[in-house]
Design a protein around this ligand. Structure first.
Ligand SMILES: NC(=O)c1ccc[n+]([C@@H]2O[C@H](COP(=O)([O-])OP(=O)(O)OC[C@H]3O[C@@H](n4cnc5c(N)ncnc54)[C@H](OP(=O)(O)O)[C@@H]3O)[C@@H](O)[C@H]2O)c1
Length: 219
């Protein structure tokens, strides 16, 4: 498959691109800084230059993809404005481009707490509101989406074992390695279409946890 990972130099994205390339996919990563290209090539991915905020449409980059992954983020040091332009605006632009080009498969890295953004406080509130709105937009798009809501991300080595559940409201950490492993599995798993799931470190091997997800009833 040709898979475009947006936010291609992100910590999860680089791990995911490496896994996708190793599985024989044509793994492309959208980056806005040319100096990041070499690192993508090192993991076996193809760098694509583009800016989620500056460009009005992402269609030129999405063209030719079989699936897209939204792995970008404004980051913890950014203010509410960039939550709107990256976490919400970037995800919406990617949805619009996928719809326009008929690229049906869309994997979203969302966040725990997006289902209860209104009760969040401080800097988390605009972040979770942006994530929640981006998720709703994708869910209403008619695309074959999977929304993954990881808990607090860590750079600990992955264990390959997770807790993946459509029951929302959990709170626990998860290594970025394991988030990437789950996404690499999900992209090829039709049973995850239409699923919104939380992800934490856990006891179940990643392929088994992904296989166990139940697709929802008729939408
Ligand atoms: N931190 C947590 O505990 C947590 C929990 C749940 C979910 N999440 C979500 O998980 C996702 C991935 O996390 P991560 O740690 O892998 O992220 P990360 O390392 O911060 O990567 C985010 C990437 O987005 C890119 N980006 C920002 N603005 C852009 C733009 N205008 N155009 C193109 N790319 C742009 C950044 O590129 P530059 O290098 O150019 O800035 C960066 O490579 C994010 O959506 C985050 O919100 C985080």
């Amino acid at each position: 498959m040709d898979i475009l990972v947006v936010g291609g130099h992100g910590k999860i994205a680089l791990r995911l691109l490496r896994l996708l390339a190793a599985r024989g996919h044509h793994a492309r990563g959208l980056i806005r800084k040319p100096e990041q290209a070499a690192e993508l090539q090192t993991v076996g991915a193809v760098p694509v230059l583009g800016d989620l905020e500056a460009e009005p449409s992402l269609e030129t980059h999405v063209k030719g993809a079989d699936a897209v992954v939204f792995a970008a983020g404004a980051g913890p040091g950014s203010g509410p404005e960039r939550k709107q332009t990256v976490d919400l605006g970037g995800a919406v632009k990617l949805t619009d481009a996928a719809v326009a080009l008929g690229v049906r498969r869309y994997l979203m890295i969302s966040s725990i707490g997006a289902d209860r953004a209104r009760s969040a406080t401080g800097a988390m509130r605009p972040y979770l509101q942006a994530k929640a709105e981006a998720d709703r937009y994708l869910m209403a798009s008619g695309l074959d989406y999977t929304i993954l809501r990881p808990g607090m991300l860590t750079d600990d080595p992955g264990t390959g074992r997770v807790r993946l559940s459509t029951e929302l409201g959990g709170r626990a950490p998860v290594p970025r390695d394991d988030v990437a492993a789950v996404l690499a599995e999900m992209v090829e798993a039709p049973n995850t279409i239409g699923v919104v799931a939380e992800l934490f470190t856990g006891d179940t091997p990643v392929p088994e946890a992904v296989r166990a997800l139940e697709p929802p009833g008729p939408r």
